[in-house]
Design a protein around this ligand. Structure first.
Ligand code: F0G
Length: 353
């Protein structure tokens, strides 16, 4: 075998796997840590900003990190079917990995609030997609009960193997930078990923792979920000449908990470999210989905508090192609259409004639 073999092989000593674990992998992980000079310049004072572009995973989001572990461990104990509630990305990853492992994949989604790319993926990978007339929090409650009562494995981030896989993104960041960053900015929905990153940084510190820990800066959409208001929200709303969540399952873990790291939770508005989304694409050439841009929107919002010369990593959790409708509606750009098929007409539209 050649090259990158997926994150379980890369980080095997740090993961709860054994020789008996059948590794189900699509060679996820090893995603780029991309410098973003325009955004660094917006902050100034010698601050260096990078984005961890996890949208380059096999199904286009960080969920693949968790799913390679969750599905491998499910297969190890002979599971025949898995289930999840999802705002879209978990369903795409669960579907791909489960089908590769020969399992059935059931996914519960909030009807009308899943981006088109994600829905397309779940369907084509062969998941059994059930849309409820309710939100993510209600879907999660149902799948937790289903997995308690029927022979089906839950693969939401309450499955501990999910976080084990996702912590490897922190390892990769330290492996590239040679140390932990000063700040880690991350979007927060169900609060699994922020908890996983914190686990990863702490484990690497214990192994003396880094000599410090980052401040964990979690950002929620203003209309779906229970961690900031301190109480669950029954009707979360945001354009960033991936993080349209009112009662995060990993609330306690995320809070512990924030406190231990002297970090912060802050809210960003949909307008701020979309502004960061456009800046990332049009100035840096990095296309992420709206929820992911919450990390950069948050950094820009609290930019005055970033220490001079700090190294900051913003996690871009999902690929922009997941949500083409959002891009077309919010790009501040439009196709110049209705142009005659001749050179002078095209040159005129270009402003050359
Ligand atoms: N960014 C994206 C693109 C996501 O899809 C999610 C969560 C998050 C951030 C938040 O991560 O939940 O660990 O705090 N998506 C889940 C899903 C809920 O069903 O795909 P979190």
């Amino acid at each position: 075998t050649f090259g990158w073999q997926g994150l379980i092989e890369a980080y095997r000593p740090y993961l709860p796997v054994s020789a008996a674990t059948p590794v189900v992998t699509l060679l996820e992980g090893n995603t780029p840590l991309i410098p973003v000079p325009y955004i660094s310049q917006l902050i100034g004072r010698g601050v260096r900003v990078f984005v961890k572009y996890d949208g380059l995973n096999p199904t286009g989001s960080f969920k693949d990190r968790g799913m390679t572990m969750a599905i491998s461990k499910a297969k190890e104990v002979g599971a025949k079917a898995v289930i999840c509630a999802s705002t879209g990305n978990t369903s795409a990853a669960a579907a791909a990995y489960a089908r590769r492992a020969g399992m059935r994949a059931f996914v519960l989604i909030p009807d009308g609030y899943v981006a088109m790319g994600k829905l397309a993926q779940a369907l084509v990978y062969g998941a059994e997609v059930i849309a409820i007339e309710g939100n993510f929090d209600q879907a999660l409650k149902i799948v937790r009960e289903l997995s308690d009562n029927y022979p089906i494995t839950l693969v939401n981030s309450v499955n501990p193997y999910r976080l084990e896989g996702q912590k490897t993104a922190a390892f990769e960041i330290v492996d590239v930078l040679g140390n932990a960053p000063d700040w880690l900015c991350i979007p927060v929905g169900n609060a699994g990923n922020i908890s996983a990153y914190w686990m990863g940084f702490c484990q690497y510190r214990q192994q003396e792979k880094c000599d410090r820990l980052p401040k964990m800066m979690g950002f929620q959409a203003a209309g779906a920000a229970p961690l900031i208001s301190g109480q669950p929200i029954s009707h979360p709303e945001t354009i960033a449908t991936a993080i349209r969540i009112g009662n995060p399952a990993n609330w306690e873990k995320a809070l512990a990470a924030k406190e231990a790291s002297q970090g912060e939770f802050n809210a960003v508005t949909d307008a701020e999210i979309l502004e960061a989304y456009r800046i990332l694409a049009s100035h840096e050439g990095v296309f992420c989905e709206p929820a992911s841009a919450a990390s950069v929107a948050g950094l820009l919002k609290v930019r005055d508090r970033v220490p001079s010369h700090a190294t900051v990593v913003c996690v871009l959790t999902g690929n922009g192609l997941k949500d083409p409708d959002c891009a077309i509606k919010n790009s501040n750009n439009a196709v110049k259409s209705g142009v005659a098929p001749d050179l002078s007409a095209v040159a005129k539209v270009m402003g050359f004639e």
